[in-house]
Design a protein around this ligand. Structure first.
Ligand SMILES: N[C@@H](CCC(=O)N[C@@H](CS)C(=O)NCC(=O)O)C(=O)O
Length: 172
């Protein structure tokens, strides 16, 4: 999502190949055996396999050190608890509400430091997942800044382009 957002914002030209993770094409596994998306293959043959690095490659400016620290906290701490909150059965000994409480620590930090610009793009897709998992509960929390920030991002034209559904790429 964050890679798509940065491609949309920058106008970086790509040949988009939509991949189904349950049916990964051999062409993808050859250039990126780790098998996760997104993957960006550059003209010179360089492969970029991390969404944040794709973002940094396609945007004409770099994220600041402070932005990178927020992204790291999102990707390591928040995503850890988000995955366990959403999919407790995939892990051993998970107490869902403990995971939700732990994830809230990150949301509470965001509430005091609402991200903007590209940092927002890197983080809001994860907060959207957290919100959607139990939207009624999320909407009742006292996070006015986060609620407004999320609503603005979800209503953006870039996000609606980002959500366009594509059919699976087929090699010809
Ligand atoms: N650190 C990677 C994580 C990528 C990632 O986990 N992508 C998910 C989809 S959003 C995936 O490909 N999962 C498939 C799998 O892990 O088998 C990044 O941000 O680029």
């Amino acid at each position: 999502m964050r890679a798509r957002m940065s491609i949309i914002r920058s106008g970086f030209q790509v040949e988009h190949r939509e991949v189904l993770l349950r049916d990964r094409p051999i062409q993808m596994m050859e250039i990126s055996p780790k098998g996760t998306v997104p993957v960006l293959l550059l003209g010179g043959g360089t492969v970029i396999e991390e969404s944040l690095e794709i973002m940094e490659h396609v945007l004409p400016w770099k994220l600041s050190q402070n932005d990178r620290e927020w992204v790291t906290r999102n990707d390591i701490e928040f995503k850890y608890h988000l995955d366990r909150y959403k999919y407790p059965n995939r892990y051993e000994g998970i107490e869902v509400l403990e995971q939700r409480d732990a994830a809230c620590k990150f949301i509470e930090s965001l509430e005091k430091n609402i991200p903007n610009g590209n940092l927002s793009d890197a983080i809001f897709p994860f907060v959207r997942q957290f919100a959607n998992h139990d939207r009624k509960w999320f909407d009742k929390q006292n996070w006015p800044n986060v609620h407004q920030w999320l609503a603005v991002n979800l209503a953006s034209e870039e996000f609606s382009i980002c959500m366009t559904k594509y059919s699976q790429w087929q090699s010809s």
